[in-house]
Each structure stands twice: as C-alpha cells, then as structure tokens.
Ligand binder design. Sequence first.
Ligand code: NIG
Ligand code: FE
Length: 409
Amino acid sequence: MAMLLIKNIGMLATAKGNEPLRGPAQHEGVEIRRGCAVLLNGDTIQGVYDNASAPDCDNVIDAGGRLVTAGLIDAHTHLIFGGWRQHEVPLKLRGASYLEILQAGGGILNTLVATRNASEDELYDRAVSALSEMRDHGITTVEAKSGYGLDEQNELKQLRVIRRLKEEGGFNVVPTFMAAHAVPPEYKGDPDGYIEYVCTKILPKVADEELCEFVDVFCETGVFDVEQSRKMLTYGQAYGFKVKIHADEIDAIGGSKLAGEIGAVSAEHLIAIDEEGISSMAKGGTIACLLPGTSLYLNKEFAPARRMIEAGVPVAVCTDFNPGSCPSNDLQLCMNLGYLKYRMTPEEVLSAVTINAACAIGRGDSLGTVEPGKQADLVIWAAEDIDYLVYRMGTNKAKTVIVKGEIIK
Ligand code: NIG
Ligand code: FE
C-alpha cells in the first residue's frame, strides 16, 4: 500500500466520530487544528500529526498552508436522467408553478420520456460527466436516485447504471430506489394502483439484484399522500432497505411527521415543515437533508434550518441535482446558500456536507471526517479557512482532490 503524506496544512477542519452532529454540536463538534499533516495508507487515513512530528514519507504533497477538509458528500441527487428541461423556465417565469407544470404532463414526466428513450450507455456516460464535474469541485461521494423510469424496465435500468458507476467507474455512489417519484401516464389518476405495482412488482426485483440501499418517496400534494408514502416506505423497510422521504417541499401534509415516526434516516426539502414535523424528526433521529439550490431555482422560501438545529435535528445540505428544480450539481454553491440563507455557521455548514451527509447515506462509519481508519477522501482548498470557503461564491475553490488515497485533481 502506497503511503502519502499531506504536510504543511494551514487549517484542518473536521468533525469527529461516526454519528450525525445535532443541536449545538453541529457547530461545536467541528475541530480546527492548525499546522498539521495527514498520513494516508492506501485508501485509508493513517494518522493526523503536528507538522513537526509528521513521519517521513516518500510521497508528499505540500498543502502550502491551505485549508484541508474531508471530501464533500452530496447526500441527495437525481443523477440518472435523460434530457434537460430548459424550455420549462419561461413557463415558470410567466408564473406556472412546479406542480402545475407536473400536472400538465411536464416536469418529471417530461424527463420520464427522455430517460425511457435513453440507453443504459447514454445514461452512464451522462452520469460519468456529471460525477467528474462534481469530483472536480471536491465532492467525493454522491447519493443517486432512480425515479425517472417509473416502470420496471426503466427503473431497473437507472439502478443498473448506478451499479456500473461504482463497479466500472470507481465512483463512490450510493443508490436509492425512488420509483415513487411521480405517477406515470400508465397509472394516471391512480396513485394507489401505482404504489401497489411498485411495492409488489418492482421492489422485489430491486431486492433480488441488490440494486439499492435506500427507498425514497415524493410525499406531496398531488403526488403521493401520507398513507401511500407510508406504504412505500414500510415495504422498503420490510425488504431490509433504509428509507428517505421527500417531505414538506411545497405543503406540510405530514411527510416529516411520518419520517420521524417510521425512523427514516433522512427527510428531504422541508421548506414548509411545521413544529410537529420538526419535533417528530428530532425524536426519531431523522436527518434533515436541506436543498437550498432548489429553493433558489424554484424561487421559494429557504427551509427553516436554524429552527431545526435548535430543535436538535441534524442538518445536511445537498444539491438535489436534477433537470427540473435544481439543474446544478455545485455543492459549493449550496454551502454559500447554507451560510447566507439558512444562516448556518461555517462549522455547521461543514458538518452538513461531511459527517451529517455521510450519516444520511449510511456511511458515518467510513466517511465524513478526517480521522484514522476513515476512507482517505480529502480536499485541499484554495482557501485559508472555512469562513473563506462559505464566503467566496461562484468559483471552484477545490485545489487538490483525493479519493481513496488517489490524487484525482
Ligand atoms: O427533489 N421534488 C421532487 N423531485 C425532485 C425534482 C425532480 C424534477 O423536477 O425532475 C426534487 O426537487
Ligand atoms: Fe429530490
């Protein structure tokens, strides 16, 4: 195993441990260490030392006094899709809402056609190019959902692309099965019938081929109600999968409350969350995956991150990268928005895109901190501290990116 020493780190900023940080710990749990070095042993972090006591090593990178953090983790993306939806923006700007566009057969249903028409190879190539952009920005692990196939053949096609990204592409990708993303034309007006089909026909195949780790559902007015969502997620849990839920994005119909009740690992969006939802999530230990790029793009409110942190809900910040509500995979921009719009501290933002994001995808034990034994995913930033990282906007600040001990940028 090749050893690699990163020396002369100006500031190492990292959380500790394998658990999500919540409440005051989301800020206080980030340790700042100055003048240090990190030794990597192959794909694993070996140790952290003061510069003066760093071991000798044949392979050395000089961090030049810069900031080093764990690799960023994007815990919520809809990475696998055909086509784009730039033609919907003028409709939106003329006042059509997200749900109006969806109900008129656009939105997710538009991407459904392009995704069904795309071959597995095309979807793979597009995902590789998005993941390469993301790595270039310091994102070393990405969660990816299906949910634009909406039938057996095409949902499995999306999930097989994700498997190939891991096995062939060497990307750290965590798969989520989200056939319950919209009601497809074949089941128009019959969401119950569609959920039954997904639970009894597609999910068993997904389980047979071990194609996902999480199951997700879009719990929203005009999409799937709380009972349909409960059924989808309960089936997922019965097959041994962990669950997530798109909840309270537009209306608080009870999705976040359900998340806490059934022990969902995370609930996503939460723009419209109410106090009942917040306390249910705090009680259930559910992580809030907040998506500020989507608020920006849909011209909506920003989720009440401070209220959630104060109530003891661990907060993660993710892109929601998809062709409709957030056609951006720039997690650095989301960090800026987390700082400015959620009013999170730089430390809270860092936990949100490292340890809390790792826990939101079931990787708290191997990712999200710079500690011995964790996977050697690190970023050397063109920044001297984390304040600068969340302050500079619209420019890529990742200088050197290391994935599993390998320098990929
Ligand atoms: O998380 N809200 C539901 N799903 C996605 C959007 C998908 C799309 O518009 O294509 C989201 O924002
Ligand atoms: Fe989403």
